[in-house]
Design a protein around this ligand. Structure first.
Ligand SMILES: *Cc1c(COP(=O)(O)O)cnc(C)c1O
Length: 508
C-alpha cells in the first residue's frame, strides 16, 4: 500500500491537488483531515467527478479548494476491527475502501476490498495431479467400501515411504492414537506419559481408555519433549513402582523430538514409545523419518496437515502382528467366520477406499510439499529476520523439519507488542495467525494431572505459549499473499529494525 501521507489532504488543498494525489497514489480515495490530523471526510474519485461536472469553468474549478465539496460522514472502522467485520461494512454500504481510525479519529490505514476478499488461512489442503485418478478408479470398480485396493496400496506405499514395516490406514490420527495405546496394553488406572505442548488429540485417547495422563514439558532446542523432564518423571515413577505403560512424544510444527535420549530413557525402564507424528510426516531426525522411532507411530491426514485425505490417519509399526491386530480391532473385531462372530470390543476406525485414493495421490507429492513449506518459512526469514524481538522455532543440526507451520516467538518488550496483539493486527486484514498450542497441563480438562517441567522452576511450554505465534504456511500460499502477511507484520514493527524491501518477496 502507498504511504498513508500520500492520500491525506486538507480543506485548503485544491481540486487539482486532490486529482494529482489520486493519480500519484493509484488510489481512488483520499482522506480529508483537519489540522490535528482527524478525519473529516473521504474524497473519492466520484466526489471529484461530480464536482467538476457541476461547474462550467474547468480552470477555475481546478483551483477551487476542497471545502467546496461540502461535508459528509465517512464510513470508517476503529483500528483493531476484525477483517470480517470490515468486509461486512463494505458489503452493507456497497463500498470498496474503508479508512481505519485510531481513538482520536486519525487515519492509520485504508482497507481495500481486494485485500479482504480473500482470507489468508494458516494451512489449507493442496491437491495434486493424481488424487482424482485413484478416486475414479475406486468408483469404476465399485470399491466404495472401508477396505479395498487403494487402502492396501496406501498402507504399503506410506510404510515404504517412511521406512517402517507395516501400516494400517484409519479414519483419523486420533483413532490411530487410541488404537495404538490400546495395542500397547493401556488399561484403566494406567499411567501414560505424554508431551504437554501439543494438540488435545494426543491426550484425549488416554482418557478414552480410563488411563491417567502425566504431562512432560518441552525443551527449548526442539520445542518437543524434554529428555531432562522425562528422565526425572521416569525415575520418580520407578521409585513409586508405577511406571507408565507408554510414553507419547509429539513432533510439533513439522519437527521430530530429540528421539535418541528419549529412546535411551524408555529403553532403560522398558517402556514402549508411541510417537505422535501427526504434524511431522515428511520430517527426518538423524536421516530417519519422524514417526518411525517408537514401537508404534501415527500420522494424520486431517485437512490442515502437510498432506490430507480430508480426514484420516495411519498407524505404523515394524511388528506385523501388531499392525494386523490394529486392522482387526478397527473393523469391529470381526472374527473370520461365515457369520458375524465377535470375541472382543472393536472399533469402526478403518479408512475408506475413496479417501485412501486421495491419500495415494497426496503421498506422491509429499517431498514437494516439504520443499514448498520450507520455502515459505525461508521467505519469512528473509523478509523479517532483522526485526527486534522476533525469533524462529529452532531446527538443530541432524534435524530436518518440514516447517509444516512457520512458528516464531515474540518478545513483547523488544517487538513492541504481544503475540496476541500481532495476531489481532493480522486478523484485521483477514490473515489467520494462531497462538501455539496451549499446554495440556494448563487445560481445565486436565486439571490436577501431574506435570514435569523441563527444569525445576522452568516450564518451557508455558513460556512458549505466552510468546509463540504460527503464521500462514500453506504449501499453496502464493508470493502476493505472503507479501501481505509480511507487510502487515512490518507495519507494526519497531521502524529502526526494518530490513525488508518489497523486492525481497518478488525475488523469492
Ligand atoms: C492433528 C493432530 C492429531 C489428530 O489427528 P486427527 O487426524 O485430526 O485426528 C494428533 N496429534 C497432533 C499433534 C495433531 O496435530
Amino acid at each position: 500500500m502507498p504511504d498513508l501521507a500520500d492520500i491525506l489532504v486538507q480543506r485548503h488543498d485544491t481540486i487539482r491537488t486532490a486529482l494529482e494525489r489520486m493519480n500519484h497514489s493509484g488510489r481512488t480515495i483520499l482522506l480529508l483531515v483537519d489540522g490535528r490530523g482527524c478525519l473529516q471526510r473521504t474524497v473519492t474519485d466520484g466526489d471529484l467527478r461530480r464536482f467538476l461536472l457541476s461547474n462550467q469553468n474547468l480552470t477555475e474549478v481546478l483551483n477551487h479548494d476542497l471545502g467546496g465539496l461540502g461535508s459528509s460522514t465517512p464510513k470508517t472502522v476503529r483500528s483493531g476491527t476484525a477483517g470480517e467485520a470490515v468486509l461486512e461494512l463494505m458489503n452493507r454500504h456497497g463500498i470498496d475502501q474503508v479508512p481505519v481510525l485510531d481513538a482520536e479519529g486519525r487515519p492509520t490505514n485504508v482497507h481495500l476490498r481486494r485485500d479482504l476478499d480473500q482470507p489468508i488461512l494458516l494451512s489449507t489442503p493442496h491437491l495434486a495431479e493424481h488424487e482424482r485418478d485413484f478416486v475414479e478408479q475406486a468408483f469404476r470398480t465399485n470399491w466404495i467400501a472401508p477396505i479395498g485396493p487403494n487402502v492396501d496400496a496406501f498402507e504399503s506405499e506410506l510404510a515404504s515411504k517412511v521406512g517402517m514395516g507395516h501400516a494400517a490406514a484409519l479414519s483419523s490420527g486420533t483413532a490411530a492414537i487410541h488404537l495404538g495405546l490400546h495395542l500397547l496394553g493401556v488399561e484403566p488406572g494406567d499411567r501414560v506419559f505424554c508431551s504437554s505442548f501439543t494438540f488435545v488429540a494426543t491426550a484425549n485417547p488416554i482418557r478414552y481408555l480410563g488411563a491417567e495422563p502425566v504431562f512432560i514439558d518441552s525443551e527449548p532446542e526442539t520445542w518437543n519433549m524434554s529428555p531432562a523432564a522425562l528422565s526425572r518423571a521416569l525415575a520418580a515413577a520407578d521409585a513409586e513402582g508405577r511406571l507408565p505403560k507408554v510414553v507419547v512424544p509429539v513432533g510439533l510444527y513439522g519437527q521430530s523430538p530429540d528421539m535418541e535420549p528419549i529412546i535411551d530413557l524408555c529403553h532403560r525402564y522398558d517402556v514402549p514409545i508411541l510417537e505422535d507424528a501427526a504434524e511431522s510426516l515428511g520430517a527426518t531426525y538423524r536421516g530417519r523419518s519422524a514417526g518411525t522411532f517408537g514401537r508404534l507411530g501415527i500420522y494424520s491426514f486431517n485437512g490442515n496437515k502437510i498432506i490430507t485425505t480430508s480426514g484420516g490417519g495411519m498407524l505404523v509399526g515394524d511388528d506385523p502382528e501388531l499392525i494386523e491386530r490394529a486392522r482387526f480391532l478397527a473393523t469391529q473385531s470381526r472374527e473370520s467366520a461365515g457369520h458375524y462372530e465377535h470375541r472382543e470390543t472393536g472399533f469402526n476406525y478403518r479408512m475408506s477406499n475413496i479417501l485412501a485414493g486421495i491419500g495415494r495421490g497426496q503421498l506422491e507429492v509429499l517431498d514437494e510439499r516439504v520443499r514448498q513449506r520450507r520455502a515459505v518459512f525461508q521467505r519469512y526469514v528473509e523478509a523479517l529476520d532483522g526485526l527486534k524481538g522476533l525469533d524462529w522455532m529452532p531446527e538443530p543440526a541432524a534435524f530436518h523439519s518440514t516447517r509444516w507451520l512457520t512458528a516464531m516467538t515474540i518478545d513483547p518488550s523488544r517487538f513492541g507488542g504481544t503475540a496476541e496483539d500481532l495476531i489481532g493486527r493480522l486478523a484485521e486484514a483477514r490473515i489467520e495467525a494462531r497462538r501455539v498450542w496451549k499446554p495440556m497441563h494448563r487445560q481445565p480438562l486436565f486439571d490436577g494431572a501431574a506435570y514435569w517441567p523441563h527444569h525445576d522452576g522452568q516450564s518451557v511450554s508455558d513460556q512458549l505459549f505466552e510468546i509463540g505465534v504460527c503464521l500462514p504456511s500453506g504449501s499453496n500460499l502464493d508470493l502476493a499473499q505472503q507479501g501481505r502477511v509480511v507487510e502487515r507484520i512490518l507495519e507494526g514493527a519497531p521502524p529502526a529494525e526494518k530490513t525488508w524491501s518489497s523486492s525481497t518477496l518478488s525475488l523469492g
